[in-house]
Design a protein around this ligand. Structure first.
Ligand SMILES: C[S@@+](CC[C@H](N)C(=O)[O-])C[C@H]1O[C@@H](n2cnc3c(N)ncnc32)[C@H](O)[C@@H]1O
Length: 529
């Protein structure tokens, strides 16, 4: 581990006093490695049966497990099936405290690379809406990848600043996570780069950012809603003082005290000079600190904030996608083909990008019956909705509900309750289900990953956990595959065509079967090298 900065050590000693020695000794212990099971795909008990690693539970996260330090969890085909996320154990606490329920509209405001977004998605169980946002375009690419790998179908991924988001989505969300950018002091043991990038002014710099971000988040929360504010730093400036300043500015919010279980320690009003137990700042005693010498995890801080009032419809009068779609004749949940429907196309200035680069949306996504012809290729895109529906009818055994949106050649399915995204930069305005090539529909990797089991596809092949073919598939190799090995759920289905490739029944991606060969459709950028 890199040497701890001397001013940091001195500051911690002055804060911790008697507790300083055990704190400092914690840096002699190795960091804890953990994974979190993807509850969208399987239960923790099912994962236990499949796990190639010894597992021991993380006390504060029912789907979290410590695994031995020597394991390489990112190098296993089960990882490529999106069955777990590699996540620092303390980092699992904020979403547990957000108390997400299926059907909630949730904003993850500082979301990249998506550890907590995938945890929120798991709690939503495919119902409601997740808006995952980050202001850094490069980090949004990783966020998109994780959302898609974990099979999240009810998310929108944005690349916006809180300043631009807040006026667009006032009082829209039931729950908001602000996993704030911070000076990262709690990660020194895990990540040397955090030590190197730290300087004495960092806490004050970040504190200013955090106050702005939290203020904007508050404007997007419904009355009665909940914000969880979290950092991975020890600095009181970025933790208790940020929350105390927020409470001072926003009397409509209160701190919900977090029970002191699992080794969680209380927030420290005394560290920000808050001595009067009747003052507003005293409420920060109900926030929690996760210390590396008191539990098995890195340093974190979590505050749970609730807005007064009862959670009702948004007061902004702004119709959401569900309200809008209710007025449209063909926007309800559908199964299979419904030819002759409107195109579902939305006009856009620029095309979106499969790699996750954001696009600023120029229109609300309302169906206007027009085709987008602004691709710069002098061509109109084909009717993606009809092609998509035809693909679903011919290749899948599931009903997929939601409103289809088409941006140039890219087809998305948007979740119930999705807002209009006028003028916002969206990397994914919904579940990216495929691409239109002339009159053909090419299913996306995200479509495969959003399916639950091999039986969701008409044609499938499922490898076992230890089959060499699974590794060869995620490496991008073409596989030889006898026709008898294909599962076909419809007698009349030809062997030739798209085949859902699975591991222990869980989707890994697409292949195309023909004449004993499975052509590999695993995305090149995702391959195991
Ligand atoms: C602690 S990290 C988030 C980690 C993430 N929640 C996870 O669990 O994977 C903080 C994130 O905030 C983003 N960020 C920084 N300033 C921001 C701002 N003003 N608005 C939104 N996101 C911001 C950074 O790009 C970074 O990805």
């Amino acid at each position: 581990m890199a040497k701890l900065p001397a001013p940091f050590v001195q500051h911690m000693e002055s804060l911790l006093q008697d507790e300083f020695s055990p704190f400092l000794r914690s840096y002699e212990h190795p960091r804890q490695q953990a994974i979190r099971v993807n509850g969208l795909k399987l239960s923790a008990s099912r994962f236990r049966e499949l796990s190639p690693f010894p597992l021991s539970p993380v006390a504060w996260a029912p789907q979290g497990f410590y695994i031995p330090e020597a394991e390489r969890p990112g190098k296993h085909p089960l990882y490529h099936a999106g069955l777990y996320y590699v996540q620092e154990p303390s980092a699992m606490a904020p979403v547990e405290l957000l108390d997400v329920r299926p059907g909630d509209k949730v904003l993850d405001l500082c979301a990249a690379p998506g550890g907590k977004s995938t945890q929120i998605a798991s709690a939503l169980q495919g119902q409601g809406l997740l808006v995952a946002n980050d202001n850094q375009p490069d980090r949004v690419k990783a966020l998109v990848k994780n959302i898609e790998l974990y099979g999240v179908t009810n998310a929108i991924v944005l690349n916006e600043t809180p300043e631009r988001l807040a006026p667009a989505l006032p009082q829209f969300f039931d729950k908001i996570l602000v996993d704030a950018p911070c000076s990262g002091e709690g990660m020194f043991r895990k990540d040397e780069s955090m030590v190197k990038s730290w300087d004495e002014q960092a806490p004050l710099r970040y504190a200013a950012m955090q106050r702005d971000i939290l203020a904007r988040a508050a404007d997007m929360l419904k009355p009665g809603g909940r914000i969880v504010y979290s950092t991975c730093t020890f600095s009181p400036e970025e933790n208790e003082r940020t929350i105390a300043a927020f409470l001072q500015d926003r009397p409509d919010f209160r701190v919900v005290s977090v029970p002191l279980r699992h080794g969680f320690a209380s927030g420290r009003p005394d560290w920000i000079g808050c001595a009067d137990p009747d003052s507003v700042c005293a409420a920060v005693a109900g926030t929690v600190r996760l210390w590396p010498h008191r539990l098995q995890g890195e340093g974190h801080y979590v505050a749970v904030l609730e807005r007064a009032g009862s959670a009702q419809e948004p007061e902004n009068g702004m119709p959401d996608e569900a309200d809008e779609s209710a007025k449209r004749p063909d926007s309800s949940a559908w199964t299979g083909v419904g030819p002759g429907g409107q195109s579902g196309a939305m006009r856009s200035r620029k095309g979106s990008d499969k790699s996750g680069r954001p696009e600023r949306l120029a229109a609300s996504g309302k169906r206007d019956g027009k085709r987008p012809d602004e691709g710069g290729r002098g061509q109109q895109a084909a009717d993606g909705e009809t092609l998509f529906r035809t693909f679903v009818r011919d290749h899948l055994n599931v009903a997929l509900s939601g409103v289809v949106r088409q941006q140039r050649d890219y087809v998305y399915l948007t979740a119930e309750g999705a807002p209009a995204l006028d003028g916002l930069k969206a990397a994914r305005p919904g579940w990216f289900v495929g691409t239109v090539h002339k009159d053909r529909f090419e299913p996306s990797h995200a479509l495969a990953m959003g399916l639950k089991r091999h039986a969701d596809a008409v044609r499938s092949i499922s490898f076992g956990r230890d089959d060499a073919e699974a590794v060869r598939y995620v490496k991008g190799e073409t596989l030889q595959l006898a026709e008898e090995k294909l599962n076909r759920s419809r007698e009349e289905a030809a062997a030739k065509g798209y085949c859902l490739v699975c591991l222990e029944g869980y989707p890994l991606g697409w292949g195309k079967w023909q004449d004993g060969m499975l052509k590999n459709e695993y995305p090149p950028g995702w391959r195991w090298s």
